[in-house]
Design a protein around this ligand. Structure first.
Ligand code: URA
Length: 193
């Protein structure tokens, strides 16, 4: 019987060999995950960007650094989270992932969710939101900060940190203010157990 760690390692090796969509032709590295394998919270972003493609680590570029700064500011520790994306390879010019790319990668993400088994899944931005909550009218601005309970798991959408790079104010009601508020709420839910 393999441990969770071993199963995740095997899955990572499988993804490294993946040729299910054309993104495999342009990738440098697959971007599988970062963080703790039995974390209570899983963050799911859109897709790797340039820095992620070079390093193989999700959310390591400018937007990712901002996300991580906010997370640590509200009190998250390294053991609290696991980070992945809707797809594992960088789309050219950082365009949004195509439906067929998300479909090709879906089983890998589903397996990660099953193995990590987080209490809360944080949907970072509209691409992750659309992948999990099938409601075409639901924008990220409306959905952020809400809790969607699906199959005994909480899904909480938040703004994508790349959106915050354009707005610097922390005043009440601004994107950064709301982002911090959502992360604080998530942190509280984890503390409650
Ligand atoms: N944006 C994402 O959605 N994911 C990353 O890993 C990096 C930037």
């Amino acid at each position: 019987m393999l441990t969770t760690q071993e199963q995740l390692n095997n899955l990572r090796l499988e993804v490294q060999k993946c040729t299910k969509c054309s993104l495999c032709e342009s990738r440098n590295k697959i971007v599988f995950s970062d963080g703790c394998n039995n974390a209570p919270i899983m963050f799911i972003g859109e897709a790797p960007g340039h820095n992620e493609d070079i390093t193989g680590i999700p959310f390591i570029g400018r937007a990712g650094q901002l996300l991580r700064k906010f997370m640590f500011d509200v009190g998250f520790s390294k053991d609290d989270f696991y980070i992945a994306n809707t797809i594992k390879c960088r789309p050219p010019q950082n365009r949004k992932p195509k439906t067929e790319e998300k479909e090709a990668c879906k089983r890998y993400l589903e397996k990660q969710i099953e193995l990590v088994n987080p209490k809360i899944i944080v949907l970072v931005g509209s691409t992750a939101l659309e992948s999990f909550i099938q409601d075409k009218k639901l924008t990220i601005s409306k959905a952020r900060g809400q809790i969607f309970e699906i199959d005994n798991r909480k899904y909480i959408p938040i703004f994508h940190p790349s959106y915050l790079l354009r707005y610097h104010s922390m005043d009440e009601g601004t994107p950064r203010y709301l982002f911090k508020k959502d992360l604080e709420m998530i942190q509280e839910l984890i503390k409650e157990g």
